[in-house]
Design a protein around this ligand. Structure first.
Ligand SMILES: Cc1ncc(COP(=O)(O)O)c(C=O)c1O
Length: 358
């Protein structure tokens, strides 16, 4: 008996199609495709009709090129290994004016997307004037060692926030840049800004003039915000362990390390389960329940390779213990404060869990 991480491949692809809703999407496959596996995800997204991918790591971008020779690949972090970027025909962000002036020759033949820093302030040009400065300098540059300006993009840092006006502010600032540049006659092959939340906030439509949504978490089956119904985004992932044994513990006894759980009643049945934080279950997740034989029971303590679940007489050794599945979704716990969807996904340990694609 070993705990299992498994994905229903058909369901994963069906969800990607439902999320895509016939729009052009750039699938965000960073961090090993949100820990679903780069190769699995890229191929599954291709089956769902997506052939544009983005990541933050050059190493992953090169791997994507091998998996998907014809795909458009966008690297969201600027790097300095220009040769590898060029050889693999990877599109890359232009992260600042200073980077442009320092590396405009190194970028010969590289497709760049000019980035707007917007309210996130993580990377990018600071203003419309900086966009125009790069575009004009590029136009006037008669050198044959030139980059290729293929796109413009930004990232909304507040798309997941509903109680503050920042999303509308950053959206307006960005649309102003897009419209101003297009009005001046500049043309871009790719224009992209929306993450999952921003895509759903526009009812799965692209913002005006945009060519792609740059979507991650929804493609992996989690809702970016709780106002969306579960039907709109389907989880194909199951994480489950097994009951190793059920122990009878008495009032006042402490179970687990360092007084983790004090038993409140005599003859409490405690299932010892073969999954723990070493497998990537977040500590905050252990404040909630696990499902055994279709019923939810409270988790009482989390250890590295085990957890205790308070059960009733119907639970016996070898019963399956569900931590996540279509009825016990990662996003349900995100909305209960366990941590971001991607935080739980990233933590799951594929070296200790058995990995199954069904
Ligand atoms: C720049 C950028 N674009 C898009 C995404 C995708 O966001 P989400 O997973 O919320 O769709 C991310 C994720 O962090 C990101 O950093």
């Amino acid at each position: 008996m070993t705990a299992v991480w498994s994905v229903d491949r058909k369901k994963f692809i069906d969800n990607a199609k439902q999320v895509k809703a016939n729009q052009n999407l750039m699938a965000v496959v960073k961090n090993n495709a949100y820990n679903y596996g780069l190769e699995f995800s890229v191929k599954a997204f291709q089956e769902a009709g997506i052939n544009t991918f983005s990541t933050t790591s050059l190493k992953e971008a090169v791997r994507i090129r091998k998996i998907a020779p014809e795909a458009t690949i966008f690297l969201m972090n600027a790097v300095y290994d220009f040769e590898t970027v060029r050889e693999n025909e990877i599109h890359m962000t232009l992260p600042s004016l200073a980077y442009y002036y320092e590396h405009k020759e190194d970028l010969e033949g590289v497709h760049v997307h000019l980035e707007f820093e917007n309210l996130l302030h993580r990377s990018g040009l600071r203003s419309l004037d900086e966009f125009k400065e790069v575009l004009k300098d590029h136009e006037q540059n008669k050198s044959d060692k030139k980059m290729i300006i293929s796109g413009i993009w930004t990232h909304f840092g507040y798309a997941d926030e509903f109680d503050v006006p920042e999303y509308e502010i950053e959206k307006e600032a960005w649309l102003n840049i897009v419209h101003s540049l297009l009005e001046e006659g500049y043309k871009f092959e790719l224009i992209h800004a929306q993450n999952s939340a921003a895509f759903y906030r526009e009812n799965q439509q692209l913002l005006p003039e945009h060519t792609h949504g740059r979507v991650g978490i929804a493609l992996y089956g989690s809702r970016p915000y709780s106002k969306l119904s579960e039907k709109q985004i389907q989880q194909s992932l199951t994480v489950k362990g097994n009951v190793i044994q059920v122990r009878d513990v008495q009032k006042g006894e402490y179970c687990g390390y360092s007084f983790a759980y004090e038993v409140e009643q005599n003859h409490t049945k405690l299932a010892v389960v073969d999954v723990g934080y070493g497998d990537g279950v977040l500590r905050t997740r252990a404040k909630h329940e696990a499902t055994i034989n279709g019923k939810r029971y409270p988790i009482k303590a989390l250890m590295m390779s085990h957890m205790f679940v308070a059960v009733d007489d119907s639970v016996t050794a070898e019963d399956e213990v569900i931590l996540y599945n279509e009825d016990m979704r990662i996003d349900e716990y995100t909305f209960k404060g366990v941590g971001a969807n991607s935080e739980q996904l990233s933590a799951l340990n594929h070296d200790s869990l058995i990995k199954e694609i069904r």
